[in-house]
Write a protein that binds this ligand. Sequence first.
Ligand code: GLN
Length: 483
Amino acid sequence: MFTFTTIAQYHNDLLNGTTTCVEAVQHYLDNIGKKSSLNAFIEVYAKEALDRASFLDFERMAGKTMGHLHGVVVALKDVICYCNHTVTAGSLILNNFSSLYSATAVERLIEAGAIIIGRNNCDEFAMGSTNENSAYGPVQNAADITKVPGGSSGGSAVAVQADMCMVSLGSDTGGSVRQPADWCGIIGFKPTYGRISRHGLIAYASSFDQIGIFSKHLQDTARVLEVIAGEDAYDSTVSAEPVPAYSDLLQKSSISSRQEPFKIAYFKEALEHPGLDPEIAKAFHQYVEKLRLQGHIVEPVDFPLLKYVVPTYYVLTTAEASSNLSRYDGVKYGYRADLAAQDDLTALYKKSRSQGFGKEVQRRILLGTFVLSAGYYDAYFSKAQQLRRLLVEQNDHIFEHYQAIISPTVPGTAFKIGEKRNNPVEMYLADIYTVYANLVGIPGVSLPLFQHSNGLPFGMQVMMPQFKETELMVLGNYLSHLN
Ligand code: GLN
């Protein structure tokens, strides 16, 4: 029977002849079939994946060198374009829309030998924290099927959690990779803004969006990241910073034992927040003690701006979304409403957008249009931009003194399906610890370290300065083994 631990181990098994890519794909297809009620996949590319697997097996057996991601079975969130495949952003408005090109990240995955197995369910246009805002229905958390998996990349998190692929790609605008990873008990990694090209990633809020990686091992995260990161002529916001050999560096760092203590900060106000589950707070503090016992310096820092991060995030992202989503007008893409004889062009726009977009997306377009409107621009949009600047300054200041910031990833464990559906403001609070990294553009990871007495997993978030992905993975690896 096929079992997966890490990509490196899988590659050894392929070279020893103890498994094949076909066997791996078959294993995942069987699991996807058995677990279809979790609703993690919108579409499965069964035949295509098997054909590609046998082609890769053939090439390898004929002596061709294996690509860095040879035979690695990957699933994609339904906001990442894959040429000649449907992509809908979990929305009716992109019903049956087929992409004309592949995202740069997808092209690089394929170039390195990966096998794309299917398209994952997600919140519509990546807006949500529970995966309940999808035109394809909610996703169930495999740890407890009455609970949500988190969002917006809920399907991609469950696909890894429930062994339906080896790794998956999601997108993280305010926590959509780290938060579902936390609730599903896996690793969710969001790189620095601009580390991975956004070409072919359906835009939600362009100055926040970043592709992220779900996995069960940081070694696998490192391997995927070094393939997909780096300069791209199709995205001018992507950094020209060279891409380190993350997986080698991580491997080497775990061999040599660590001498220097880490200097780590946590936000005092974050741990005092009334919305934080006391059991999560306790686990966090116990963990901090453990770190101190190992000689590391872990200190609280003041973060008086905490109460502004969620409002700042929602003002700026809804503004960007209202602009980004204006292209879905019933003319250019996907869904178009049926019209009556007297309907004019405005009616076509109105009807298509009212019927094609779900409630949460409409709410955000309205909010975003409002904060950008002439009369309110200064009061909301400009203010939020000023706050973002203050946060960046505060962040720079913290990193002058500390190497990393840690926090719980989410203030509570997974909600019951339906529990918060009618309370958007409470739902937005689930993002309180994750939006910070997107506001200031730094990398963050959620590590699956803890188990709650309610039986659900939860994690810890670690953030580092921009482009410190290697250091973040090294620290993440160390922290994962401390527990
Ligand atoms: N939950 C947040 C939101 O609804 C984050 C979404 C995301 O990162 N895509 O906006």
